[in-house]
Write a protein that binds this ligand. Structure first.
Ligand code: 5GP
Ligand code: ZN
Length: 110
């Protein structure tokens, strides 16, 4: 999607400090961190949120979730909190699916 911020990050039109990348996903620091480590993990494919998962794209979200511990370990973490905000009532502000991966002094998500 051409006007999507996270699509531009995924395609590297907007340069970002990439912490993990593979064929389906990319991880980078949140611009406004709410913990000592606050990464956003996104699919390269434009999926809006968890309500936009279907039979065709579900393998990507499965892949993303399975990679969260890998990304955490690569970034030196022994544990993490994961938050998916979905839709306006869920507090979603950027409408490209993302997992918040948080660790240390977390000020987000209870
Ligand atoms: P949401 O509220 O949609 O779950 O989370 C969106 C997140 O994206 C917020 O935590 C916000 O700080 C982050 N964010 C917004 N714009 C940018 C940006 O341009 N770069 C990065 N790295 N993070 C962003
Ligand atoms: Zn997008």
């Amino acid at each position: 999607m051409t006007d999507c911020l996270f699509c531009k990050i995924a395609s590297k039109d907007i340069p970002t400090d990439i912490k993990y990348e593979d064929e389906h996903i990319i991880a980078f620091p949140d611009i406004n961190p709410k913990a000592d480590v606050h990464l956003l993990v996104i699919p390269k494919l434009h999926i809006i949120n968890l309500m936009d998962i279907n039979d065709e794209n579900q393998h990507i979200i499965t892949h993303l979730i399975r990679k969260l511990p890998v990304i955490a370990e690569k970034n030196g973490l022994s544990g993490f909190r994961t938050i998916f905000n979905s839709g306006k009532d869920g507090g979603q502000e950027v409408f490209h699916l993302h997992a918040h991966l948080l660790a240390g002094n977390i000020k987000f998500g209870g």
